[in-house]
Design a protein around this ligand. Sequence first.
Ligand code: PLP
Length: 395
Amino acid sequence: MTQTDTSALMEITSRPPIVFTEGNGSWLTDSAGKTYLDFVQGWAVNCLGHSPKPIVDALAKQAARLINCSPAFYNEPMARLASLITQASGLDQVFFTNSDAEANEGAIKLARKWGALHRAGAFEIVTMDHGFHGRTLATMSASGKAGWDKLFEPKVPGFPKVPLNDLAAVERAIGPRTAAVMLEPIQGEAGVFEASDAFLRDLRALTKRRGILLILDEIQTGMGRTGRFFGFEHAGIAPDVMTLGKGLGGGVPLAALVAKREVMCFAHGDQGGTFNGNPLMTAAGCAVMVEIGRPGFLAQVAETGAYLAERLTQLSRVHGGGVRGRGLLLALDLKRPIGPQLVERARDRGLLINAPRPDCLRFMPSLNVSRAEIDQMIAILDRVMTEVVAPAMAK
Ligand SMILES: Cc1ncc(COP(=O)(O)O)c(C=O)c1O
């Protein structure tokens, strides 16, 4: 019997009374046997879909061999995954973490240590309004999410905020206490707002000129999500430090702090953790890297993303709104706060989508989602939008 009594769990968010029991590709099945087309995929985590064979095989093989030794020792998948990431990114060294926020926390610590050593104790990190970097105390302080400035006071100091794509504001915010600038190439949680390629290029030049670090949070945009391996490739730049997560483990908890050799200044004991670089998780990460690195995979993501954008644009012509984003990280701008209603109705009809803010929907399907599945999603959404939008417009 499936356990469907959820009362022993802490109520940390509003969840529908559904318990999922199985997943396959773009599809989830709940305990009652109802199937759902999943365009959330664990918040862009299941980059190859639910229970894909390469990850299932990698986990089974690794579990039978070695699940855990200790972070005090090297293990083989940990070393292999670090090499694969450095080869793909052009950066030099990796520290694995269990959560995305922990990777960003590590980036913040690295920048502060670097500032202490190389910029006379500089510790400030300029971050962006509406940015999202996680839910630890430091990453919440680094985030520019509305309403968070008053939560869990006092905040960790040292994160002056500027508007995204405003180079002059960044320039004004940089002072002797500044160690780094940190941002997402596309602000996902904020509702899919892109840092322009020109802004990223100018920011790279500015940070170099002022002798400070550029940290990119590629947790949502990395691992092929935008049609390139990493979001920064579109702008033709390279950061000093980057964080990866979500798709990196293909569904298992795995994230990474990645840095250029010359900025890696952790001394023994500065950074670590019991589960960091666990062989089971990193074996899954290796399988993901191999699949994304296959010839044609990223081109396919870009093509599928263009198709999804085109279908969403058609939908917005009928129901109003607009489309933004890149690759398979797209948002439908609804221009009115009907997102939560659409999410609920779509779920009733067997479609999972996400509204990161009330006036938009975000689409983060698996990177190998098919055109037929996109068509199915659009058909359900069209019906749901007709039900919700048409009466609202008639008022
Ligand atoms: C860009 C970015 N950074 C960091 C995080 C924090 O991730 P987690 O909650 O998995 O630690 C998220 C989560 O959505 C994210 O989108």
